[in-house]
Write a protein that binds this ligand. Structure first.
Ligand code: NDP
Length: 237
């Protein structure tokens, strides 16, 4: 797609799953892509070799490292914040450190990365955050901390869209439903919890999400900002 040809793209959390599909899509569309990883060095190196993208280790739980990575990636045309974790279970039994870690990765990192990217982003820049349908709807117990973090992306995008709108920068959230990845495998435990509520009784593919991200990064989406873009097989219908 001509829209991102030669553009500078940073994907936070690109080594696996949805993030890897986004890296593949932007690389195929001719963008200059850098992506971060934390634990999956080998997968990141394989993806870099396959796509020509640049893989760099940056732990999204480390605020200063995230800010430095965005700053050092130079003026970005597109920032995609995909890195995310889930904690699942009875909140009364949950390790508070795991919840705080989730808050650092799923809330603090997207905020600080977006603000840092906007410092040098040119007019027409795009900030795209991967939220979740659980930002809108929490249809089963055990995911309150995760859902809280994804709702936070909604108000962040609405606010930053207004902050950066005068400079022609858009800020949007993509909200997937169940997507077949390591986090939520098609044969995993969430299937029975969400399929009854879905129009399509199946998981989506990471490439489906990457397509929506690519559209938001392209010229046709220049008037789209401060908005949530749900891709969920009818889970929220
Ligand atoms: P995966 O667990 O399959 O992959 C997660 C990706 O995020 C990996 O590349 C991982 O890198 C990276 N990541 C995780 N923690 C960190 C960290 N501390 N620092 C840097 N990178 C990190 O998840 P998905 O692909 O399924 O999910 C991607 C996003 O989509 C998440 O934000 C998730 O909440 C959201 N989402 C997913 C849905 C699904 O059904 N799959 C549904 C709705 C939303 P590494 O392995 O190198 O640490």
């Amino acid at each position: 797609m001509a829209g991102v040809q030669g553009k500078s793209v940073l994907v936070l959390g690109g080594s696996r799953g949805i993030g890897a599909a986004i890296v593949r899509r932007f690389a195929a569309d001719g963008a200059a892509v850098t992506f971060t990883y934390a634990g999956s060095k080998e997968a990141a190196e394989r993806l870099a070799a396959e796509t020509g993208a640049t893989a760099v280790m940056t732990d999204s739980a480390d605020r200063d490292a995230v800010i430095a990575r965005v700053r050092d990636s130079g003026p970005l045309d597109v920032l995609v914040v995909n890195a995310g974790v889930v904690v699942y279970g009875d909140p009364l039994e949950m390790d508070p450190d795991a919840v705080d870690q989730l808050i650092r990765i799923n809330i603090a990192a997207p905020y600080h990365a977006s603000v840092e990217a906007a410092r040098r982003m040119p007019e027409g820049g795009r900030i795209i955050v991967i939220g979740s349908v659980n930002g809108d709807r929490v249809s089963f117990p055990g995911i309150s901390a995760y859902a809280m973090s994804k709702s936070a992306m909604q108000s962040m995008a609405r606010g930053l869209a207004r902050d950066f709108g005068p400079r022609g920068i858009t800020v949007n959230v993509v909200q997937p439903g169940p997507i077949d990845t390591d986090m939520n495998p098609a044969d995993g435990p969430f299937k029975d919890l969400v399929y009854p509520a879905m129009a399509f009784k199946r998981h989506g593919r990471p490439e489906d999400v990457a397509g929506m991200v690519a559209w938001l990064a392209g010229p046709e989406a220049g008037f789209v900002t401060g908005a949530m873009h749900t891709i969920d097989g009818g889970f929220g219908a």
